[in-house]
Design a protein around this ligand. Sequence first.
Ligand SMILES: [Zn+2]
Length: 405
Amino acid sequence: MKAYERLLKYVRVFTTSDEDSESVPSTARQFDLANILVEEMKAIGISDAHVDDKCYVYGSIPATPGYEGKPAIGFIAHMDTAPDFNGDNVAPRIIEDYDGGEVVLGESGRVLKPADFPHLPSLKGRTLIVTDGTSLLGADDKAGVAEIMTAAEELIKGGMPHGRILVSFTPDEEIGRGADCFDVEHFGADFAYTVDGGQENIIEYENFNAAAAQIEINGFNVHPGSAKDIMINALHVACEIDGMLPAGQTPRDTEGYEGFFHLCDLSGTTEHASMYYILRDHSAEIMQARKATLKHIEKLLNAKYGEGTVKVSIKDQYQNMIEKIKPCFHLIENACAAVREAGCEPGIEAIRGGTDGARLSFMGLPCPNLGTGGYAYHGPYEHITVEGMDTATRVILNIIAKYAE
Ligand SMILES: [Zn+2]
């Protein structure tokens, strides 16, 4: 079976996760796909395939005789789709020999167009898979699931020598909890790759360091007619804080390796105001400087308005996996060689966000990210090509071959 055929089957299973849910997994419907995947794994010959009570699917392919001493390599993809957009009743459409131009998405009124997605002409001639405009596609990350499953099937059939291979499909990645209950020891891989990226030739092993800052501002409210030198308007202090941050360091103004302060929430009254920032930077040192900047602002404003006016609480969220990948850089070298052997020029990109792989890397399982061939995730314009999926599947198999050398 081809990877895209599996994708078409998986996207019909509703697996949206829910950030407001406290349960594990966040939505029970993710078990619907997990159970299908376990059955399919067993059918292709992964006899120990199982799903645990937290909806993590695990399975292993034993090494071919004589290759038991080779590194055990894992491949991981997530089953949930992003709560950002409807993930139910997904109705994919296949466009053969795509002309590289505009695509009307069903009756939705939405049009997938090169003006918004400049890479589209580069997909000319391929078989394109799009939505009907009323849902996301779910290639993120069911394409990764389909590619790993297809590679596993070929590996079991193929007679190509390989070390021990581990497969896992996880829930709740889109709400940042995909690594929470991942059992690294049970999984048993020495190294792993998440297959959860975009374009099929891209390899990612750097992500943001991330922290969040909650700022509480206590004002002092008196009648505005007699407020001279007395009133402290918490809302003005909030504006002052934002104004003291370095210019142009917002998500809108930054790209590549440039970090930012992002004001996500601001609310309040004269009496009290709250601000919520997220801080992001690939550099751990600059991240420390970002935190220090906020603490410095806290100190200055408390000196100006009185102790206790501003309270800055900073919480670390996740870290850049690069420090865990650097000591095992063969992961990247082998992935680059695997992409090249699949007929593409490898590209390295720094993730402007986090991945489950970053969390897993800090849990003891170094885990860079491979592309699936998908684009425009988390919304109705999500799309992927059959050819991109075939290449991503080939990359997985090539990596496995590298580690058997
Ligand atoms: Zn994803």
